[in-house]
Design a protein around this ligand. Structure first.
Ligand SMILES: Nc1ncnc2c1ncn2[C@@H]1O[C@H](COP(=O)(O)OP(=O)(O)OP(=O)(O)O)[C@@H](O)[C@H]1O
Ligand SMILES: [Mg+2]
Ligand SMILES: [Zn+2]
Length: 285
């Protein structure tokens, strides 16, 4: 049986700055920089290609500045790509908009918004990007439901409390703004919000970074259960190999905006091929 990927990303590239023809040839792991010495642009990611399979949790790991958040933000259409393509293969998606075999980055911004609102969920590394801190937690979730065309206030309240319960936020705190919450709670409100529209693809950027160990364990449990219960396809970005080991079967290793290694997580951790991955693994043993 051939398993068709839900997402196929090809040659994703993002350059901050004007860019020049020499950018790709003067940045990357061989040059140990992501700044082009000819034009000064930052090559945040370059030539990143991978597939995400239905129900899979795929990891992206790499040092600070290697381009992990860039990739996730590009997939969520938060930033314009410099170049690259993204294709989805899913009957539910194709049902509402005809996007079969279309490069999603080339769609209109209206269509991109539709895809994002109906099929994607994201948890940003920085909760201030993902939440309005002064709006109630329930209101944060409702905002997203409204974008996915929900209208009944009572139904939105029900959905919000169901999600807050799932993410272990006391439902009685639903009318409080995330500003009042701890970092771990803010991440869980972001998860609740990201799940509200029943996404097919969930993007998690450093979702447990900065949380204390017990909260981290509960958030990781929650993610594993979600994947099991609703067969979500998830991309997990982390610089913590422990998180990657616990959650993922397959992992991408990035450095200076490039993929240096991609494969089964167990193999990458047991027998890293790329010198950078070897250092990364041995430094976190
Ligand atoms: N808006 C921007 N303008 C210019 N450069 C940017 C911008 N956003 C990101 N970059 C640069 O792109 C590169 C990749 O950043 P990115 O945030 O994707 O890294 P990361 O792997 O997520 O790092 P971290 O682990 O610290 O979160 C960095 O060199 C960063 O400085
Ligand atoms: Mg990041
Ligand atoms: Zn350049």
């Amino acid at each position: 049986m051939v398993i068709v990927p839900i997402l196929h990303v090809k040659n994703l590239t993002k350059i901050f700055g004007d860019g020049c023809p020499l950018c790709p040839h003067s940045t990357g792991p061989e040059y140990e920089t992501n700044v082009c010495k000819h034009c000064g642009s930052v090559v945040a990611c370059s030539d990143v290609s991978f597939e995400l399979y239905p129900g899979e949790i795929l990891g992206i790991v790499g040092e600070s500045g290697s381009g992990k958040s860039t990739v996730v933000n590009l997939l969520h259409f938060d930033w314009e790509v410099t170049s690259g393509e993204m294709f989805v293969q899913n009957t539910k998606m194709n049902g509402s908009i005809n996007i079969n075999e279309k490069n999603l980055f080339a769609l209109s911004s209206y269509q991109k918004r539709q895809i994002r609102n109906s099929f994607m969920g994201i948890v940003y590394q920085n909760p201030y990007l993902g939440l309005r801190m002064d709006v109630s937690s329930g209101g944060n979730i409702a905002e997203r439901l409204i974008m996915a065309n929900w209208r009944s206030i009572a139904m939105m309240r029900d959905r919000a409390s169901e999600l807050l319960e799932k993410t272990e936020i006391p439902v009685k705190r639903m009318d409080e703004p995330p500003r009042n919450f701890s970092g771990g709670m803010q991440q869980r409100v972001q998860i609740a919000k990201a799940l509200s529209n029943n996404p097919l693809i969930l993007l998690l950027d450093e979702v447990t970074t900065g949380l204390d160990v017990s909260v981290q364990a509960r958030v990781l449990d929650l993610i594993r259960n979600l994947q099991r219960e609703i067969n979500l396809s998830i991309i997990v970005v982390s610089h913590d190999l422990g998180v990657i080991r616990l959650l993922t079967k397959r992992t991408i290793v990035m450095k200076y905006g490039r993929i240096v290694e991609i494969g089964l997580t167990d193999q990458i951790l047991e027998d890293p091929q790329h010198p950078y991955t070897q250092i990364l693994v041995s430094s976190q043993l």
